[in-house]
Design a protein around this ligand. Sequence first.
Ligand code: PLP
Length: 471
Amino acid sequence: MNLADFRTYAHHLVDWMANYLENIEHYPVKPSVQPGEVISQIPQHPPIQGEDFWQIMADFQQIILPAMTHWQHPGFMAYFPANSSPPSVLAEMLTATLAAQCMIWQTSPAAAELEERMLQWLAQLCGLPTSWHGVIQDTASTATLCAILTAREHYNINQPGIINQKGYSQQPVFRVYCSTETHSSIEKAVRIAGIGSENLIKISTNENFALKTDELVNKINQDRQLGYVPLCVVATLGTTSSTAIDPIEKIGIICQENRIWLHIDAAYAGTALMLPEYRHLAAGLHLADSYVFNPHKWMLTNFDCTAYYVKDKAALLRTFEITPEYLKTPLDRVVNNYRDWGIPLGRRFRALKLWFVLRSYGAEGIQAMLRHHISLAKQFEQWLLADGRFEIMAPVHFNLVCFRLKPTPHESIEAINQRNSQLLAAINQTGRYFLTHTKLNGCYTIRAVFGQTYVQERHVVALWELIQALL
Ligand SMILES: Cc1ncc(COP(=O)(O)O)c(C=O)c1O
């Protein structure tokens, strides 16, 4: 493809992109394809000769597009959103065009310095301690793994980095604590860090699905008596099932008293701290050792983009820094080489889309989006409550509503779970909405998240009308 052709195709693609976003409501949110349907249409062997762009594009439209789940569809109310925005997409185009690999300052000074500034901006906007040091990771799962590895290497202040050096041979058995509602990425990190799932102690939650601190204290004390080393507590601000909020300040004090690393997972709800009315949730954050939230979930920034903060930058660097001769530069002690702040060596230029998004919307634009989404959730909750046939299964803290049809007298748990799962399937079958479920206290619960960039009140009204028509 020469650059003249590239120009033609790129203009075509930009029109395609704008048309797609303009007409996205006409696609079914979730495709109705069968497993194997796509792969059977892709030739078994790669082409020997290059193919024409228009042919590739035609196949994209015919084979790929009909089998996509449309995350930017306003009826996408599943999981958590990965909401995007036009400025973010434009920045991604530039990132792809520059195609820089931003592993160290020298390989793209602008990328390194913009990343530093963007993480400072995000900290200011969210009221995070400005003394923290931020870095962009691909996902919250990676950030949490970084937190647990750093905790592991610093549990013994006299021998930092000992497990990195010697492996686990003579180390004590660590314990990590979180609530039963914590995201599965915490268990994955504990496994990868060599601590073992059995040493992840899940603390039960109260009626609001928040971690019980008295049980946490008891478990820590018990573990110490049994010879374990309490290493880390992971507290969640906005759990995946129901956006429950663990008592951060209380947990922070417990961690301080016991010299335990505190990691806070605010992957989804962290963006809400940009609202002054939610800022009280930041109380106690200064007690954390590490913190993660995802602009790629609810801050108009294309996946992937995770903001990870640490209190002790030196501890992070000592855990990950490894400098072969071919990567040494004379500036290594002066600049941020972000390859040393996490797991991968190679890094995309992710800060650019943050810059475009933050400058295009400003704090006020993002706050307006958050408030709009939260008000849609509150409205939907009110309709459910007023109807009488539904119950709300968890407090609506942000823009997620967890609900189900109420059981009739003497209805078994299996029967009511099935009725709710049938309702969810019927909603999704229309192709106009995609919602998912969870279980809360063993009860099948439908989750509706109002966090998509393009969701408007009329979509929520139509969802409510649909649900009523289905009953
Ligand atoms: C609370 C919480 N933590 C972590 C994650 C994992 O996020 P990521 O996909 O960025 O690893 C999620 C994903 O939804 C989440 O809800």
